[in-house]
Design a protein around this ligand. Structure first.
Ligand code: ATP
Ligand code: MG
Length: 250
């Protein structure tokens, strides 16, 4: 039987498949950095630029979620702040930048999430703390063993914090505007991030306890670090050097 000559469309389809598989192949050799828009992106950008990985597009104005950098081997994926540890844990990104708050809530401190935290970037600094309405005697409530209603975005972290103190709590998960909860009668106390304290003050809340000091960390997928050590170690070293230089200049 005579072999049929492939048609033009069959041929171009094959080329397409080949081109696509080459692209996927090339992508496997890229290093993917997970980053969130806003504060982390803005504050990480000078460090990344100093480390030779400046994004070639503005994450705020571009609608793209995958952005190339000045290092042809590194690309950025733009994700929600709270999704960064998940991308890195599952290896969809080899490295990422995440706030300590997000890492604590993700359970990264238990060491079973496959994440290394090699560099404290010293950016997006604030503190996670317990705040109450002015006039609420928190210390007394704790002493009396009162049951507190706690509104927070950080339910796991708050649970651990109060359990360690032996305080009984009902945790109420919120996704934003924690400071409204006591005013509206939803909760007695909140656990939230504070930097200047002006938001608390504007809502007549006072900080009564620090849960943890917060800053953004470089995180690395542990198995990627083993398998792609030659590529990742120099990159981490560059970011670390840029961080040290920025802290010295501060
Ligand atoms: P999402 O959109 O996923 O809810 P988000 O609103 O928490 O994220 P940002 O407000 O940009 O996103 O916060 C990102 C990170 O920046 C936080 O996880 C925290 O580590 C840090 N951060 C948040 N608020 C402050 C603050 N007031 N001062 C300094 N750092 C902060
Ligand atoms: Mg926010």
């Amino acid at each position: 039987m005579q072999r049929s000559v492939p048609t033009w469309s069959e041929l171009s389809e094959r080329t397409d498949v080949r081109r696509r598989s080459r692209r996927v192949h090339e992508e496997r050799f890229l290093i993917t950095l997970a980053l969130s828009k806003g504060r982390i992106f803005d504050e990480a950008q000078p460090l990344l630029a100093a480390a030779g990985i400046a994004p070639i597009e503005d994450a705020e104005t571009s609608r793209k979620l995958i952005i190339g950098t000045t290092d042809p081997k590194v690309r950025i994926v733009v994700v929600r702040a709270s999704d960064v540890p998940t991308y890195v844990q599952y290896g969809a990104a080899e490295i990422g930048v995440a706030g300590k708050d997000v890492l604590l809530e993700h359970g990264a401190h238990w060491g079973d999430r496959g994440l290394y935290q090699p560099v404290d970037l010293g950016i997006a600094r604030c503190r996670l703390c317990v705040a109450v309405p002015a006039g609420f005697d928190y210390a007394n409530a704790v002493r009396r063993g009162a049951r507190l209603r706690v509104a927070t975005k950080y339910v796991q972290t708050a649970r651990e914090h109060f359990a360690a103190k032996g305080v009984h709590v009902d945790l109420i998960k919120l996704y934003g505007s924690m400071e409204l909860a006591p005013l509206a009668g939803l909760a007695d106390v909140i656990v939230d991030l504070v930097s200047s304290g002006s938001t608390l003050k504007a809502n007549k809340l006072v900080e009564v306890e620090e849960v943890a000091p917060i800053s953004a960390r470089l995180i690395v997928n542990q198995s990627a670090l083993k398998v792609r050590r030659e590529e990742l170690m120099p990159l981490i070293a560059r970011i670390e050097a840029a961080t040290t230089a920025a802290l010295v200049a501060e």
